[in-house]
Design a protein around this ligand. Structure first.
Ligand code: PLP
Length: 352
């Protein structure tokens, strides 16, 4: 606290990101980054763009990227908003579309940035408990609300909802915006992008951080009805005209165009995930069904926090949330086969 702080700063309860260690010899399975590098096509355009042109501001509307994303999903560029990571897109969404008189709804166990944005923008919220098998029950959301937001697949559980369920929710909830945060959709989930023409209150948010291996570039986007996109543009142009730099724009365009590399890396991660799930089950872990690039697991006999510390001593880092209902779980990012084998070998010595 300081007397120079505004009253809002004193009241904030900021998000704590997963550790980004400064040493390089760790097996890093704690923040759901992609174990494979970005597409070679991305690295080439980044190199080509690193010239004197960087003295000039980038295109404030990032039109080339909006078009590349629109092409990928066969929608209009006016249905696309881009931002500096999907966290920024989410922040604008809370301010532009989720702040109303009634509280918004999101799961009790979900992306922990949502309550942080509510604190920042003073959005009222009510959390809706997951079922006892850690699933979202869409019928729990059918009640008056100022908006609904959830990740699909959910984080940190990895559990996904089928498109038919999201359709039912949208059919019943027409008076407020429904935001589907699809940070992990490319690892086996069903995207709701196909529903944006039909439902003017649906906003789908995605990121290039996970499935396109570009967490370090900071690019995310939202897809939805033009009027929703316009609201986000109005906030963006009242906040930062140039959220994406030249490198981010060209790199993201190349990433969206290289479908082959993207599909291959997603496939590899899904294969490794299934193999890792089997190995962990064999060691006595309960593994929630995952459609993401991570597994959420617990052991019937070993304390999660102690397991996480034991892994750490063996240079493997995973994420443990000391939060009610999930404090006996570990969230483990799917790495390469080799990294996952190392994790399993260490766990074998600890639980075996
Ligand atoms: C990783 C993640 C994000 C943020 O992604 P960035 O684009 O890197 O900001 C958003 N939502 C969920 C659920 C995530 O897990």
């Amino acid at each position: 606290m300081s007397r120079y702080w505004s009253s809002i700063v004193s009241k904030l309860d900021p998000y704590v990101p997963g550790e980004q260690p400064k040493v390089s010899n760790l097996i890093k399975l704690n923040t759901n980054e992609n174990p494979y590098g970005p597409s070679p096509a991305v690295l080439k355009v980044l190199h080509d763009e690193a010239t004197d042109v960087l003295r000039l501001y980038p295109d404030p509307n990032a039109d080339a990227l909006r078009s590349a994303i629109a092409d990928y999903y066969q929608i209009q560029p006016t249905q696309v908003f881009v931002g500096n990571g999907s966290d920024e897109v989410l922040a604008h969404t809370f301010q532009a579309l989720l702040k109303h008189k009634q509280p918004i709804l999101f799961p009790d166990i979900t992306y922990s940035f949502y309550p942080v944005y509510c604190g920042l923008y003073q959005v009222e919220y009510v959390t809706v408990p997951l079922t006892n098998t850690f699933q979202i029950d869409w019928q729990d959301y059918i009640r008056p609300n100022g908006g609904i937001i959830f990740p699909n697949p959910n984080a940190p559980t990895g559990c996904g909802l089928p498109l038919s369920t999201i359709t039912k929710l949208l059919e019943k909830n027409t008076e407020s915006v429904v935001v589907v945060d699809e940070a992990y959709i490319d690892f086996g989930g069903e995207s709701a992008v196909s529903l944006i023409q039909q439902f003017p209150n649906l906003l789908v948010i995605q990121t290039l951080s996970k499935s396109r291996s570009l967490a370090g570039l900071r690019v995310g986007f939202a897809l939805g009805n033009e009027k929703l996109i316009e609201a986000l543009e109005r906030i963006k142009n009242s906040f930062n005209s140039y959220p994406l730099g030249r490198l981010a724009i060209v790199g993201a365009v190349a990433a969206m165009r290289d479908r082959h590399y993207f599909e291959e890396t997603c496939k590899k991660i899904i294969t490794t995930r299934e193999r890792l799930a089997e190995n962990l089950t064999g060691l006595g872990f309960e593994v929630l069904p995952s459609q993401a690039n991570f597994l959420f697991v617990r052991h019937s006999k070993k304390d999660a926090s102690q397991l996480s510390q034991a892994l750490r001593r063996h240079s493997v880092i995973v994420r443990h949330f000391a939060r009610e209902r999930i404090d006996q779980f570990l969230r483990i990012t799917v790495g390469t086969d080799q990294e996952c084998d190392r994790l399993v070998a260490v766990l074998k010595t600890v639980v075996g």
